[in-house]
Design a protein around this ligand. Structure first.
Ligand SMILES: [Zn+2]
Length: 285
């Protein structure tokens, strides 16, 4: 008999795919276990999806986006679940909300488009832009598709989309980019510098900001090459500032204050020591 892959299925899905007789057998033999009315578990699907369905909804919002490979800030353990119309009225949740009525449930986990609509109401402005940047960077949606998704959302949400940038491939880059935009200082992302390589952010002509994109950045090899890059950059007259994931995401104020201090001191405007000429090759890598 055909083996059914691990997963959470609705009664309808199981009957359509395998017939009523097999469905009854699955229940009788305990191979399909009821999670809640109309939904069954077979094998050992991911725990967050099981929890979401058990709670009366589907995995959505930030939790679904994380599972879909989007860079998502915040706590991994907090499960984001949305309920359908019935669940929102009758169950305790808590359920994530979107602008407008809840979507019907069509799968146990939302796609990027639907999950993003819910994330828009769960995340603060910066974190929402972080998530949108990552979706654009991974080409999971275009900006036009996002604008369409939020066509009925408050103007404020639409305005946040104007601040997105597909070049930022991690939360820390977005956070620092938004800070620099607020300062009105000249900067560029993903700049290639001869003799150094591609740096995350270049402020003015001489201040380099390098950011670890992930909480656990790296092995020894990375550590060594990062240091070598800093030495090379310094030799060419640049001032490199490097921040860990924790410094950017958990103590953002301290990190932005350090960058601000460097800008106020004019570090971005002149080389750190006399050099012949700027080796800068502008352009995206
Ligand atoms: Zn949520």
């Amino acid at each position: 008999m055909e083996r059914i892959p691990s997963g959470v299925y609705s009664t309808r899905q199981l009957i359509d795919a395998y017939g009523r007789k097999r469905f009854n057998e699955l229940i009788a033999t305990g191979n399909a276990r009821q999670l809640r009315r109309g939904w069954y578990l077979i094998g050992s699907p991911p725990g967050d999806i099981v929890d979401a369905v058990r709670r009366g909804g589907v995995l959505s919002c930030v939790s679904a986006l994380r599972r879909l490979g989007v860079w998502v800030p915040g706590e991994k353990n907090h499960l984001h679940v949305r309920g359908n119309n019935w669940a929102v009225r009758n169950l305790r949740g808590p359920f994530c909300k979107r602008f407008g009525r809840p979507e019907p449930e069509y799968a146990v986990m939302d796609d990027v488009e639907t999950a993003l609509q819910y994330a828009a109401r769960c995340l603060n402005d910066t974190d929402f832009i972080v998530v949108c940047d990552s979706i654009l960077n991974k080409r999971l949606m275009t900006l036009e598709q996002m604008q369409y998704q939020f066509r009925n959302a408050p103007k404020r949400t639409l305005a946040l989309l104007d601040r997105c940038d597909e070049r930022a491939d991690s939360g820390p880059e977005t956070v620092i980019r938004l800070f620099l935009t607020s300062l009105n200082v000249k900067f560029d992302l993903q700049v290639t510098i001869d003799g150094v390589g591609c740096v995350d952010i270049l402020i003015g002509d001489w201040l380099i900001i390098e950011l670890d994109g992930w909480e656990f950045h790296g092995d020894k090899e990375h550590f060594e090459s990062d240091r070598r890059r800093d030495v090379d950059a310094h030799a060419l007259g640049f001032t490199p500032l490097r921040f860990t994931y924790k410094q950017t995401m958990h103590t953002t104020d301290v990190t932005t204050a350090k960058i601000h201090e460097a800008i106020r001191a004019g570090v971005h405007l002149r080389p750190s020591h006399p050099v012949q000429s700027s080796p800068l090759t502008r352009g995206t890598a």
